[in-house]
Design a binder for this molecule. Structure first.
Ligand code: GAP
Length: 463
């Protein structure tokens, strides 16, 4: 009998479900492949990452402005960008068990060959030559290979569109390109400058997801940085440095991050150079973020199809040109997965028990501080609620009076809460509380008057 390989993400998926970070999508209907819902703590974590990203890349820089563009763009956008023509996966179906596969993945897994850029005929030939089998039922009875566009189509009520078809954007980047002209006309920006956006993107992916690594609906945090052509190399290098600063700031383990230069034949149709920042996920090393030199491909294409000039007019140097673009792109869901993988620990305790703890860096932890009365007695709960009220508008705090104190600590460890404050009978006598550190589990007594100072000290903003 075949030995079942344990999914290395299983404990992380379990804690995410158990603690309200991430739920499977449409679960009551048996699930819906490659979709997930962020629960109450997941959405806090996600918002913390988005806010920090916006602060670091937009608000604290003079050369970047933000937008929030639409998901549905004029269909001509995708003709111009090359997505209608080229945003495809080569697929086949198994005729026996009706499973569908990406051919490149099948060949990569079973013959260990990289087949990027090969035609459908060449791929089909390799399938035969290398005796590739269906991984589900081991049959070799496949349909013919065909291209499958990864964009989700949607039908519009507008009648002036060809077939009434529009697409959900597969990358946020194109909303930025469509607004580039509005930004230069309204914002007094000068080259070099960037436009940033955080938003949803959609791709009709068929490969297995590895939890939230590959989704059909996901969020991107992207910047299009507009430059003069002859400065692309130095801008590229400096963006790679900034992307790494970001990784460090959110606490990603630098030992698990690597640069992966794309070979020429692997570059997307728009790119002259791409470097991925990969992360060592438990299921293998994979792309976390990307940095691409998109030349002026997109703006030139939009100028061609829209017939609206996309030139930047430099009155000081008396020049006009279509700017080139450096694109740093950050998948938000992949960021969350990498942070969960880094943070997840099972630790043996001195008393022989063990605990699960998410050691998130403090700036992204969904709850910053939990407030516990030692027992559910009015003299302690009333005082605890007062302390909770003092903190709640300054730090995301949680009040919990239910169950044994040890279990309440364990619950907060699994949420990654950096501090727990406990109110006990000594608090009534001398106005002190205990503050427990998530990582060392050490408890110190501090005075109630000193709580806000202590928290301020420990949650100092880095930007
Ligand atoms: N605008 C460029 C662009 O979209 P990409 O490498 O296709 O480039 C950018 O995607 C980032 O979006 C990736 O580095 C990854 O973090 C994230 N991403 C891409 N496809 C994804 C998917 N199916 N599920 C989750 N995240 C995805």
């Amino acid at each position: 009998m075949k030995k079942k390989i344990e999914d290395p993400l299983k404990p992380i998926v379990a804690v995410c479900k158990r603690r309200g970070f991430i739920y499977p999508g449409s679960e009551i209907y048996g699930g819906f492949a490659n979709t997930y819902s962020y629960g109450p703590y997941g959405v806090e974590l996600k918002n913390n990452i988005k806010n920090l990203w916006w602060k670091f890349f937009v608000q604290s820089r003079k050369d970047i402005v933000g937008i929030d563009g639409p998901i549905l763009l004029h269909p001509k956008t995708w003709e111009a960008s090359g997505h209608i023509e080229g945003f495809n996966d080569a697929l086949i179906d198994c005729k026996e068990c009706k499973s569908r596969f990406r051919i490149d993945k099948l060949i990569e897994d079973q013959a260990n060959e990289d087949v990027e850029g090969l035609s459908l005929e060449e791929l089909t030939k390799i399938l035969d030559d290398k005796n590739i089998k269906c991984p589900k039922c081991e049959s070799k009875n496949f349909t013919k290979a065909r291209h499958f566009n990864l964009m989700f189509k949607t039908e519009m009520s507008k009648t002036d569109l060809e077939n009434n078809i529009s697409y959900l954007r597969p990358e946020t980047a194109q909303s930025i390109f469509l607004d580039y002209k509005n930004v230069i006309d309204t914002m007094r920006v000068k080259i070099p400058f960037g436009i940033a956006q955080i938003g949803k993107a959609f791709r009709n992916e068929i490969t297995p997801g590895n939890f939230i690594f590959r989704l059909i609906e996901f969020e991107q945090m992207e910047i299009e940085y507009f430059i003069e052509q002859n400065t692309w190399q130095e801008n590229f290098d400096s963006w790679l440095i900034d992307m790494k600063k970001w990784c460090e700031m959110i606490g990603l383990d630098s030992k698990k991050l690597k640069d992966a230069e794309h070979a020429k034949e692997k570059l997307s149709h728009y790119s002259k150079r791409t470097v991925d920042i990969t992360y060592d996920f438990p299921f293998g090393t994979n792309e976390l973020y990307g940095l691409a030199y998109r030349t002026n491909f997109d703006l030139s294409q939009h100028q061609k199809l829209s017939k609206v000039s996309q030139e930047f007019i430099d009155n000081v140097n008396n020049k006009r040109f279509i700017p080139h673009v450096i694109e740093p792109t950050f998948g938000l869901d992949r960021t969350i997965l990498a942070l969960l993988c880094d943070a997840y620990r099972v630790e043996e305790l001195k008393n022989g028990e063990s605990r699960v703890v998410l050691r998130f860096s403090k700036n992204i932890a969904p709850v910053k501080v939990a407030i516990f009365p030692l027992m559910k007695k009015p003299e302690l709960t009333n005082l605890s609620k007062k302390i909770f009220d003092m903190i709640k508008n300054l730090f995301v705090a949680e009040y919990d009076e239910t169950g044994a104190i040890g279990r309440r600590y364990r619950r907060q460890d699994e949420l990654g809460t950096p501090y727990c404050i406990t109110i006990d009978y000594q608090t009534i006598e001398d106005s002190t509380v205990t503050i427990r550190d998530r990582d060392s589990m050490e408890q110190k007594r501090i005075s109630v008057d000193n709580i806000l100072n202590t928290l301020n000290e420990n949650f100092r903003p880095e930007i």
